[in-house]
Design a protein around this ligand. Structure first.
Ligand code: SAH
Ligand code: SF4
Length: 450
């Protein structure tokens, strides 16, 4: 979501003549787009701000902007801790960024804009200026009304909002004209999607939206993330069996395998409900690869609860997963709940869970070796002569070839030759494997963000 938002901020700033640069020292405006989901992510802001602190206000120091969910949650506190910040703007108001920056450049200080405006920012954003390349993101839904005990999203991103079907289709067409072959539909709780139907008609769910997008011939692959188990309705599950361009991979976070902890988290489903859902998904699409998020050490989690999570992981068999130590977030109910778990215990549980998840991921990747899989090549590899892409199940694949750019945006059948911890190596079936000199596979690429 933040990658998508950063692109849209670049689009709004383009109207004032700004272009993107990766070099903070060369920038006229430095935007830190922040995440508040866990304490570690939020703290990163202050260390980055320390590095950006101008030695003096004179001499062309950049305008410093803090955007995103930390901006939303901490507001003026950011300017108190780092007085050299010029603008603080939340995720719902970044369409006003050019005006805020103009005012900052004219000498105004302490500019704070963290409203939840009534109008949708999507109605105010310009069309996307730059191509996202072969694999593109499209935000269709934002915010969340579920208020899980541990989560800041409903406070930082606000109430659930779904973009109308017409706006989604128009943006999809623009992305495809810009060279996209794959679109990932985004939302904090994307399968709660309920956008107004064509022409402002009756609301559509995500399954119906996916079926409509699948009719666009240029769109080769559709994905969506992140989903809540409660919102996997029958139509969406059926779409997994009926829409060939809907990729057989689903990130479906369960957080815990203990009914007691799930209830404390306010997830409103049991471990059994989740396993039943997995069965229905696999009945619709037998080769579907599953991924999840897990939190260990939620307040009140005991050893038996943790073992229930381990049992659920064994029962499902994941292709990949993200797992985190519970991080108390200010303002959420879990932060002040009884039964906080100490760090050492959280770390121990996380290590045990990750051992199992890593073993499952390795097994899933190893099972691909020797098979021929269609890979969408979407970027250059790190080494010369290397090109990288993804399988339908989201595995990263690296391939050595004579002319990497010629494969970008192409979907090719690839024989998988090796499996590594986080990626696969392949040889195109069009050519025998001929690694060019200097092009070796990098096992560490795309490291697990756990
Ligand atoms: N809407 C998704 C989750 C979005 S937040 C869902 O309901 O499942 C992304 C992930 O961050 C969550 O799935 C959760 O595993 C993790 N997360 C959120 N708040 C957290 C916290 N306070 N501590 C640790 N992990 C957290
Ligand atoms: Fe956060 Fe997801 Fe729960 Fe919404 S459903 S509150 S985004 S964890």
């Amino acid at each position: 979501m933040n990658v998508y938002d950063a692109g849209r901020m670049a689009d709004v700033m383009a109207a004032d003549g700004y272009v993107r640069t990766d070099r903070a020292d060369a920038a006229d405006v430095a935007v830190l787009n922040t995440c508040h989901i866990r304490e570690k992510a939020a703290e990163k802001l202050y260390s980055d701000l320390g590095r950006l602190r101008p030695r003096s206000r004179a001499g062309g120091a950049p305008v410093i902007v803090v955007a995103g969910c930390v901006a939303q949650a901490e507001g003026a506190e950011i300017m108190r801790r780092a007085p050299w910040v010029d603008v603080v703007v939340g995720p719902q108001t970044y369409h006003r960024l050019p005006e805020l920056v103009r005012r900052a450049r004219a000498g105004e200080r302490g500019l704070l804009d963290i409203d939840f405006p009534l109008e949708s920012k999507f109605d105010r954003l310009p069309e996307e200026a730059a191509s996202q390349g072969p694999s593109a993101f499209l935000t269709i839904q934002e915010g969340c009304d579920k208020f899980c005990s541990f989560c800041v999203v409903p406070y930082t991103r606000g109430a659930e909002y779904s973009r109308p079907v017409d706006a989604v289709k128009a943006e999809a067409r623009r992305l495809l004209e810009g060279g996209a072959r794959e679109i990932t539909l985004l939302g904090q709780n994307v399968n709660a999607y309920h956008g107004a139907g064509p022409g402002g008609g009756a609301e559509w769910g995500l399954g119906r939206l996916i079926r409509a997008l699948a009719e666009i011939p240029e769109l080769a692959r559709i994905r969506y993330t992140t989903s809540h188990p409660r919102d996997m309705d029958a139509d969406l599950i059926a779409a997994h069996g009926e829409v060939p361009t809907l990729m057989p991979y689903l990130h479906l976070p369960v957080q815990s395998g203990s009914d007691r902890v799930l209830a404390a988290m306010g997830r409103r489903h049991t471990a059994g409900d989740y396993l039943g859902l997995v069965d229905r998904l696999r009945a619709a699409r037998p080769d579907i690869a599953l991924s999840s998020d897990f939190i260990v050490g939620h307040p009140g989690e005991d050893e038996a609860d943790f073992e229930a999570t381990i049992a659920l992981v064994r029962a499902v068999g994941y292709a990949q997963a993200y797992s985190f130590k519970y991080s108390p977030r200010p303002g959420t109910p879990a932060a002040t709940a009884e039964g906080q778990i100490d760090e050492a215990r959280k770390a121990d549980r996380l290590a045990r869970l990750q051992d199992l998840l890593t073993a499952q991921q390795d097994e899933f990747n190893r099972a691909t070796v020797g098979r021929v899989v269609p890979v969408l090549f979407d970027r250059r590899g790190r080494k010369p002569g290397q090109v990288a892409g993804r399988t339908p199940a989201m595995q990263a694949v690296h391939l050595c070839c004579e002319d990497p750019p010629s494969l970008l945006g192409e979907i090719r059948d690839v024989t998988i030759t090796e499996a590594h911890a986080n990626s696969l190596a392949g040889a195109s079936i069009d050519r025998p494997p001929q690694p060019s000199p200097g092009c070796a596979h990098e096992a560490a690429e795309n490291g697990r963000p756990n």
